[in-house]
Write a protein that binds this ligand. Structure first.
Ligand SMILES: *Cc1c(COP(=O)(O)O)cnc(C)c1O
Length: 221
């Protein structure tokens, strides 16, 4: 598995304006450095402790994205290291992120996670909940968080139509939220698409893809 070559190949398939988040969870620092050597600077992690240890050990110009479910008791641990949190799924979590960012005098970017997939156990706001949340005006009250868009996942299936419908629903939720937030120019990103479905995601408006196994190989849990 040549991580550097894989990154370069994946990049050729991603249009300009779409950000590649290299999902390095469960992979060692050496693999991350191979990606770093070919210019990759944005990495995604899904566990707080792992993100912290990697961030402490690896170059400071890496931008760490948190992409997994974030427990409130882990917010403080990642706050000094994280540049974008993809997975904000409750008002309580968002308020806490704002408070922890303020505590260390930092501005942090977040995405609101929207849940459209046909799975019971996934996190996120439904499209209706997300719009209600945006309408509530809370986002304007935050001092240390910039809400820069939405993140979502398609149903875990081989059914291309189902996946396409899910991506369209995420995109529509983004557009509806942006219409409500028209004063907020920061709200511009749709994080969707993983190794198996990122082309479909890009075709349906993704601005940020989160790609792990295509770059780093299979994860050993
Ligand atoms: C692990 C993970 C990815 C990457 O998945 P791959 O299929 O390995 O590309 C993307 N997004 C989230 C939220 C993940 O947890």
């Amino acid at each position: 598995m040549n991580v550097g070559d894989n990154i370069l190949k994946v990049r050729e398939t991603i249009p300009e304006g779409v950000e590649l988040v290299a999902v390095s969870k469960f992979h060692p620092n050496e693999a991350i450095m191979e990606a770093y050597e070919v210019g990759q600077r944005v990495f995604g992690e899904s566990r707080a402790t792992e993100l912290k240890y990697k961030a402490v050990a690896l170059p400071e110009d890496i931008q760490w994205h948190f992409i997994g479910h974030l427990q409130t008791n882990k917010v403080r641990m990642i706050m000094p290291f994280v540049s974008l949190i993809h997975s904000v799924d409750s008002e309580r979590l968002l308020r806490l992120i704002d408070a922890e960012a303020a505590r260390i005098n930092k501005i942090v970017d977040v995405l609101l996670q929207v849940h459209v997939a046909q799975e019971e156990t996934k996190f996120g706001f439904t499209p209706d909940e997300l719009l209600q949340f945006v309408e509530s005006g809370l986002i304007d009250e935050l001092t240390n968080v910039r809400v820069v868009g939405v993140m979502g996942m398609a149903t875990n299936t081989d059914d291309v139509n189902r996946i396409t419908e899910d991506f369209k629903a995420i995109n529509q939720t983004f557009k509806n939220a942006r219409a409500l937030l028209k004063e907020n120019a920061d709200f511009a990103h749709i994080s969707m698409g993983m190794s198996d479905d990122y082309q479909l995601a890009i075709d349906n408006g993704s601005t940020m893809v989160r790609i792990g196994s295509t770059i780093f190989g299979y994860r050993q849990y």
